[in-house]
Design a protein around this ligand. Structure first.
Ligand code: AMP
Length: 395
């Protein structure tokens, strides 16, 4: 399925001031970038604009400065890193719409690049304030949205600004949308979805939508216990949403009616406290004792899931199988990552934790597509319209 929105290729950018919303929300430790994947993911669009003689004005948010100027969340380290990756200077403005933002953007020459300060230093950004959007738009002639990770948010720099300028998408957004839409709407079958992570409530919409599309749905992680309890079994002190038991039963009924294979863990790695160093054991899924909690799927579950994964044509994976941050409880997630990597299927990984797991276990280059947007990719899988994409000009 091809995206029906204009891209940077559909518009003349030569000598034009082009405002590009990127997702430079990178992890920082002591002021240093610890993972620059989000910066490198934006390079194809920026390179294209430079080669086509645009004056490139980049903007992004970083962290949650809550509408206040806070040097801790300055984008300056991003400007430096981006400059290294591009092999050219990236001028840094000291504000978004005020200060040197105006003078730098108006004196920019063809092929030059600048970065505005963190858009969330202004509270108007997340309020999608019209005046703020207008001021932002006044810096440029064309707007490009390439921030897939924030395209599910209707903010000034992702949505509002598009009302005031010709608005198109960049290559990252194009790639993300086409990969994810193709995976669920025109998949090579069987289509296997793997969902994990903490809560059923975060993923109800996705499960409901995917049940209409997938051949197999695998549920692991903390989410699984609500389903296990809904089947009438004890889950001890495992994560469980008691107010979602009825819904969990309905979803399992729906899967049955739609002939979707619905796989839950058959064995569990449990501990007698929510603590990496607590006493642990492996039990069948229906034998979790009181006062113990499930922290990972067991080896039989990994085998069962890996078998379904090995015959998949397309795999969509969002959420870890257990508390993978603790090595002792990372096996389930590692085994699933390995199975996806070995499957030969088209594989799409979404969500911060599954992505982190894939990098941690050095399997990233075995995946077809690693989404840069956790929330955005989930909303897309749910079939929802993303405001940052909807606001762009149609082809
Ligand atoms: P989410 O943000 O919903 O994808 O959830 C990711 C988080 O779920 C990770 O921090 C995991 O540690 C956590 N998680 C996964 N499985 C479990 C579990 N069985 N018990 C508690 N937390 C879990």
């Amino acid at each position: 399925m091809v995206l029906n929105k204009k891209t940077v290729r559909d518009i003349d950018v030569s000598s034009k001031k082009v405002l590009v919303r990127c997702d430079f929300n990178v992890p920082l430790k002591d002021g240093k970038i610890t993972n620059d994947k989000r910066i490198s993911a934006s390079l194809p669009t920026i390179d294209y604009l430079i080669k086509n003689n645009a004056k490139v004005i980049l903007c992004s948010h970083l962290g949650r400065p809550k509408g206040q100027v806070n040097p801790e969340f300055s984008l300056r380290p991003v400007a430096d890193r981006l400059g290294e990756l591009l092999g050219k200077e990236v001028k840094m403005a000291d504000d978004v719409i005020e200060g040197s933002a105006q003078s730098l953007s108006s004196s920019l020459k063809d092929g030059e690049v600048m970065l505005l300060e963190n858009v969330r230093f202004h509270k108007e950004e997340t309020e999608n304030d019209q005046e703020f959007s207008k001021s932002l738009a006044s810096l440029a002639d064309i707007y490009v949205n390439d921030a897939f990770g924030t395209s599910h948010r209707a903010h000034s720099s992702t949505t509002g600004v598009a009302s005031f300028l010709p608005a198109v998408c960049g290559f990252l957004i194009q790639k993300e949308i086409e990969f994810i839409n193709n995976a669920v709407n025109d998949p090579k079958r069987p289509l296997v979805a793997i969902l994990g992570g903490a809560k059923v409530s975060d993923k109800i919409g996705v499960i409901t939508e995917l049940l209409n599309k997938v051949d197999t749905l695998i549920v692991g992680g903390g989410m699984a216990y609500t389903f296990i309890k809904a089947m009438g079994y004890n889950v001890g002190t495992s994560l469980c949403e008691d107010d979602k038991l009825q819904l969990a039963s309905e979803l399992m009924e729906k899967a049955k009616a739609a002939s979707v294979e619905f796989l839950l863990p058959v064995d569990i790695h449990i501990a007698d406290a929510f603590d990496e160093n607590a006493a642990d054991a492996f039990v069948d899924f229906d034998k979790i004792p009181d006062d113990w909690n499930g922290l990972d799927i067991g080896p039989l579950s990994s085998q069962l899931f890996a078998k379904a994964i090995s015959s998949a044509g397309t795999i969509v994976w969002n959420g870890p199988m257990g508390v993978f941050e603790w090595d002792k409880y990372s096996n389930g997630t590692v085994e699933i990552a390995k199975a996806v990597a070995a499957s030969g299927a088209i594989s799409i990984i979404g969500g911060g934790d599954s992505t982190a797991a894939v990098y941690k276990f050095d399997l990233a280059d075995k995946m077809s597509h690693i989404s840069t947007g956790g929330g955005a990719s989930l909303e897309l899988l749910e079939g929802m319209e993303l405001p940052g994409i909807a606001a762009l000009n149609d082809k």
